[in-house]
Design a protein around this ligand. Structure first.
Ligand code: PGA
Length: 252
């Protein structure tokens, strides 16, 4: 059984004090609602301590949105996974399309981050997804396969339970254009088959695959009903309790 996993990627939004205030309300709401799925929120680096403190005891996981591919050293402006671990952060989103698009992160760089996080026993949400141009050129499967094969290179089968895949078609992120549940499910199925071919059917069947891209209270249920969709990575709609709570309580 794959436990539904819903994550909120706050991106570069909410100051530490705003984030902590919101996280406190979210934590209380999650406790009161008796949410069944796993819930994660990913604030910016500087908000991690205040937000972690705010959700203590609620079962909500707090993750980083990125990390360096080095443990320490002369890398001005970077944040090491050891620093994250030291403040109690054990989860990280890697390879988000905004990191790929705006900060030049290649599959190889992302793979080095994945391996480093895994070596520190962290849990990773690895993002993959095609641009509109790639989809229109019929390259969806080619792109996903490359992002998976390179992104997961040298990750051992026994380490795969610590990897979640987030399928985020770039054209659906922040645009209000959601992939149809059918299109998303087809891409998720392809991701599962690719993971089965790299690892095994068993590993693929246990793999949690989140969908991301304009997920809202109004479309979460139809997405989650699909066989291969096990959760969501939510951007804009994770920033307010009135949007995020109905998403994480979609099954109620
Ligand atoms: P969105 O972002 O929900 O605002 O489209 C999703 C994401 O980029 O993780």
């Amino acid at each position: 059984m794959r436990r539904p996993y819903i994550a909120g990627n706050w991106k570069m939004n909410l100051t530490p004090s705003e984030g902590a205030e919101y996280a406190k309300k979210l934590g209380e709401a999650v406790k009161n609602a008796g949410v069944d799925c796993r819930v994660m929120i990913a604030p910016s680096f500087v908000s991690l301590p205040a937000v972690s403190e705010a959700v203590k005891g609620t079962g909500i996981t707090v993750a980083a949105q990125n990390m360096a591919n080095h443990l320490s050293g002369a890398y001005t402006g970077e944040v090491s996974p050891e620093m994250l671990k030291d403040i109690g952060i054990n989860d990280v989103i890697l390879g988000h399309s905004e990191r790929r698009q705006y900060y030049g992160e290649t599959d190889e760089i992302i793979n080095s981050k994945v391996l480093l996080a895994i070596s520190l026993k962290m849990e990773v949400v690895l993002c993959v997804g095609e641009t509109l141009e790639e989809r229109e050129e019929g390259k969806l499967e080619e792109i996903l396969e490359r992002q998976l094969r390179v992104g997961l290179k040298d990750v051992l089968p026994e380490e795969m339970p610590r990897i979640t895949i987030a399928y985020e078609p770039v054209w659906a992120i922040g645009t209000g254009r959601t992939a149809t549940p059918e299109d998303a499910d087809a891409a998720h199925k392809f991701i599962r088959e690719t993971v089965a071919s790299i690892y095994s059917e068993d590993i693929a069947n246990n793999l949690i695959i989140q969908y991301g891209g304009s997920v809202k209270p109004g479309n979460i249920r139809a997405l989650m009903e699909k066989e291969n969709i096990d959760g969501a990575l939510v951007g804009g709609a994770s920033l307010k309790l009135e949007d995020f709570l109905p998403i994480i309580t979609y099954s109620k």
